[in-house]
Design a binder for this molecule. Structure first.
Ligand SMILES: Nc1ncnc2c1ncn2[C@@H]1O[C@H](COP(=O)(O)OP(=O)(O)OP(=O)(O)O)[C@@H](O)[C@H]1O
Ligand SMILES: [Mg+2]
Length: 309
């Protein structure tokens, strides 16, 4: 039996405070990440993703349950787990008084790499994240996206066996995001394992081999993006703004999802003309596209990932 990179069993976390009501952030999360896998946690704001990552990366004790990292218990043996992991925390910032080059290098030295190895890894990671031109500027003078790239460079440079990345591409432009994806794919090809969170469903689809959807501290489903989309039962999404009055008849065309004012009908190419004719008769506009993870998320959670409330 091979040891899993991460094995979480029934992890619970309730934040208690004397001044505020307690919050049940995790209500029994069980999940597994196999060695060499890239897995994404998806969930709306407050779902419990960061709490889970903090527990798995030894920063926070769970109220119940266990997390093992390569067979070592993160709660009881954090010192054995820490050398095997590296973390990009949510809203982490590089040290303001260090340059990206100093930041990455210093971190690698602190993790025990010798000077020459740390230097070559630093240059490689700065290059991958497109930071070479700004590598000697104080981090305080960098743009938000450049700072975030510095955080990611710091962690990918470690090539730790298990990387936790909490919304790693937040604030990055599309090119920088793709550079991160490429670096993370390269890392797993070389044997690292990755657990990340993201609100970008295209990112989850492009990058992760498997994903978990979390809502209110519970895992609702896990699977590949492809299987979650297949479960919708059609390959096309027809979106009809203000299409509420069609929701009954729309069910005869396939799955029907409500996203606020917009009715989405998941259907097959054969049924498309009929459905569009129906909408036109009702003077409703339609847009048609391939089904995406957005619709799978909407079906599982009942609300889209970026919807407030
Ligand atoms: N230190 C804390 N004390 C009390 N409650 C907390 C604390 N940290 C988080 N929470 C609460 O726990 C729940 C889960 O928060 P968490 O940060 O894990 O969510 P998340 O899925 O990472 O959300 P986001 O997408 O906004 O980053 C939320 O209801 C949050 O308000
Ligand atoms: Mg979070």
């Amino acid at each position: 039996m091979t040891t899993e990179a991460l094995l979480a069993r029934d992890v619970r976390k309730t934040y208690s405070s004397r001044r505020a009501p307690s919050v049940e952030a995790l209500a029994g999360v069980s999940l597994v990440v196999h060695p060499g896998e890239r897995v994404a946690l998806l969930g709306r704001n407050g779902a419990g993703k960061t709490t889970f990552l903090k527990i798995a990366s030894t920063l926070l004790m769970p109220t119940g349950g266990t997390v093992e990292v390569f067979g070592h218990d993160a709660g009881t043996h954090p010192d054995e787990v820490r050398p095997m992991i590296a973390v990009v925390p949510q809203e982490g910032k590089p040290f303001f008084h260090l340059t990206p080059r100093e930041q990455v290098f210093t971190y690698l030295r602190a993790r025990g790499y010798d000077g020459a190895e740390a230097k070559s890894r630093t240059e490689d990671a700065l290059g991958q994240m497109g930071l070479t031109e700004v590598a000697n500027r104080l981090s305080i003078t960098l743009s938000g996206g450049q700072r975030q790239r510095t955080m990611v460079a710091t962690v990918i440079a470690t090539e730790a066996p298990l990387l936790f990345l909490d919304e790693p591409t937040i604030g990055m432009d599309p090119f920088a995001r793709r550079a991160v994806w490429e670096s993370l794919r390269t890392l797993t090809r070389r044997g690292s394992t990755i657990l990340l969170t993201t609100h970008y469903l295209d990112e989850a689809e492009a990058l992760s081999q498997r994903l978990y959807i979390i809502e209110r501290g519970r895992v609702l489903v896990d699977g590949t993006a492809a299987t979650l989309k297949q479960e919708l039962g059609g390959s096309l999404r027809v979106s009809i703004p203000n299409g509420e009055r069609l929701s009954e008849v729309a069910k005869t065309f396939g799955s029907v999802l409500n996203d606020g004012e917009v009715l989405h009908v998941i259907t097959t190419p054969e049924r498309l003309p009929e459905l569009m004719a129906l909408a036109t008769r009702e003077h409703l506009t339609t847009t048609v596209g391939p089904v995406t993870l957005e619709e799978a998320f909407l079906r599982v959670v009942g609300r889209s990932i970026d919807r407030e409330e």
